[in-house]
Design a protein around this ligand. Structure first.
Ligand SMILES: [Zn+2]
Length: 225
């Protein structure tokens, strides 16, 4: 990817170098579980769509999954205007059953993975280890209180690689935007349900990316309320 044109992950750190330990023969490679995380507007869904395009263009067969996409429908949409039909991940959906029902799946794109259940994250690891499916998961790390989503925590624990996406999302003060604030009635709130859909016409809730300092102080800047 060219710099400046599309979001790209910076500084991807392999959690473990499995190739040095694994007895797999030369040429073979283990499937991977990767987690790309960052605040709202950092380009996660855009990268998810780009990743799907790159893999499908190589003839690989993949499925695109999402949950609570901003469009409200079963598709992945990005704020810069790209979109793709996707499978909605209900809490009761068993991802191993879903994927193995298909003829052959080489990879999964899992957008909004922070909203999956912990059991579904385990199922993603099963798909990597037992079925050789590459899994690319995208999502928020932490909620409006700056507390980790359970699914995101499990991804941090299980992923082969985790990558922080930092596509210059800025707080109103100009510092890097790291955390998502939930705003109700113009005030930053710190209690409530972990998942509340906002930023829609019908919702009184909106979200704002803030630097750590202003997430902690609750100052939202002039003209942003
Ligand atoms: Zn700030």
């Amino acid at each position: 990817m060219r710099s400046g044109s599309t979001p790209s992950p910076l500084r991807c750190h392999p959690v473990t170098d499995l190739s040095a330990l694994s007895p797999v023969p030369p040429g073979a490679r283990d499937a991977v579980l990767k987690f790309f995380f960052g605040p709202m507007d950092c380009g996660k869904s855009t990268l998810a769509l780009q990743m799907n395009y790159n893999h499908s263009r190589q003839g690989r067969r993949g499925l695109v999954l999402t949950k609570h996409d901003r469009s409200g429908g079963p598709q992945v949409t990005s704020r810069i205007g790209l979109g793709l039909e996707a499978i909605e991940v209900e809490d009761s959906l068993d991802l191993v059953t879903l994927v193995t029902a298909y003829d052959s799946v080489d990879y999964l794109i899992c957008d909004e993975a922070c909203f999956y259940t912990v059991a579904q994250i385990e199922q993603l690891a099963d798909l990597v280890d037992d079925h050789g499916v590459d899994v690319y998961a995208f999502g928020l790390a932490s909620d409006f209180r700056s507390v980790m989503f359970p699914a995101a925590q499990r991804l941090f624990e299980l992923a082969d690689e985790v990558c922080r996406l930092q596509v210059e999302v800025l707080c109103w003060c100009g510092r890097p935007g790291l955390l998502n604030g939930r705003i109700v009635g113009g005030e930053l709130v710190r209690t409530g349900e972990q998942v509340v859909i906002g930023d829609t016409d019908r919702s009184p809730v909106r979200y704002q990316v803030l630097c750590r300092r202003h997430h902690r102080s609750g100052l939202l800047g002039e003209g942003t309320a």
